[in-house]
Design a protein around this ligand. Structure first.
Ligand code: NAP
Length: 230
């Protein structure tokens, strides 16, 4: 154990599961959150008896508050927050046909959920001497890759990147760093079977940002351990 603690949202499957696995392998104590406690517990059991499981829906403030209250009874410090949970709800829509409801659904989970998670975890993160937040974003949120057939997803990740910049400004005085990263195209339920990367490859840059990257790096967008354009 290296005595450091990380929380991974949506850690029950896909890239989040691989991030949790990688951090556990480096001796981190890992808290896996998922919308269903059964799913979180099953993933934790599969990974390690040291993994903690927690029910948390990032689109629901009451669920976030409940989960962090429970967590605060178990731990007094958090070193790493990985905002990985995400959805891709666009199906057969584009910017001319998408509903407000679908836009709202994507933003609530992919963008606003992240801001609320940062706020809720702040008291625990402030107790760490090396606090790091990593937002799992997407190249589809980069200005030169916005995609009309994925309007809600693209827009929510564009906004997530913007939130990362703003949060980095607000967190500087607290010595907490925050970065966004793109995992590439990854074979998960979201990415599909044809994607060119394994979940472990997709998890690599998030794990590196959480463990090895210089603590001076903040407010940037990364892929393959290199800065990319927003
Ligand atoms: P995935 O296999 O579909 O997993 C998504 C995870 O997010 C699941 O654990 C899911 O939990 C969780 N989640 C969804 N809505 C949630 C909510 N409201 N509250 C809490 N958890 C929620 O997707 P993935 O490919 O691993 O994606 C992980 C992250 O990588 C996402 O942010 C995604 O946008 C990003 N990304 C993926 C790719 C790719 O090619 N796969 C590319 C670029 C970026 P449940 O089991 O409860 O549904």
């Amino acid at each position: 154990m290296n005595n450091k603690r990380a929380l991974v949202t949506g850690g029950n499957r896909g890239i989040g599961f691989a991030i949790a696995q990688g951090l556990l392998a480096q001796g981190y104590e890992v808290i896996i959150t998922a919308r269903s406690i059964d799913s979180a517990s099953k993933a934790a059991e599969k990974l390690s008896e040291k993994a903690i499981s927690l029910e948390l829906d990032v689109s629901d403030d009451r669920s976030i508050d409940r989960a962090i209250a429970v967590l605060t009874q178990q731990i007094d410090r958090l070193d790493v927050l990985i905002n990985n949970a995400g959805i891709y709800p666009d199906k057969q829509v584009d910017s001319l046909t998408i509903s407000r409801e679908l836009l709202n659904t994507a933003m609530q989970t992919n963008t606003f959920g992240v801001i609320q998670m940062v706020q809720a975890c702040l008291p625990l993160l402030e107790k760490s001497a090396d606090a790091r937040i990593i937002n799992v974003s997407s190249g589809m949120g980069a200005l030169d890759s916005l995609t009309t057939t994925a309007t809600s997803y693209s827009l929510s990740k564009l906004a997530l990147n913007g939130a990362t910049v703003m949060l980095s400004q607000s967190l500087k005085a607290k010595n907490i760093v925050i970065n966004a990263m793109c995992p590439g195209w990854v074979r998960t339920d979201m990415g599909g079977a044809s994607a060119d990367r394994s979940p472990e490859q997709g998890a690599d840059t998030a794990i590196w940002l959480a463990t090895e990257a210089s603590h001076s790096e903040t407010g940037k967008f990364w892929r393959d351990r290199k800065v990319i354009s927003f």
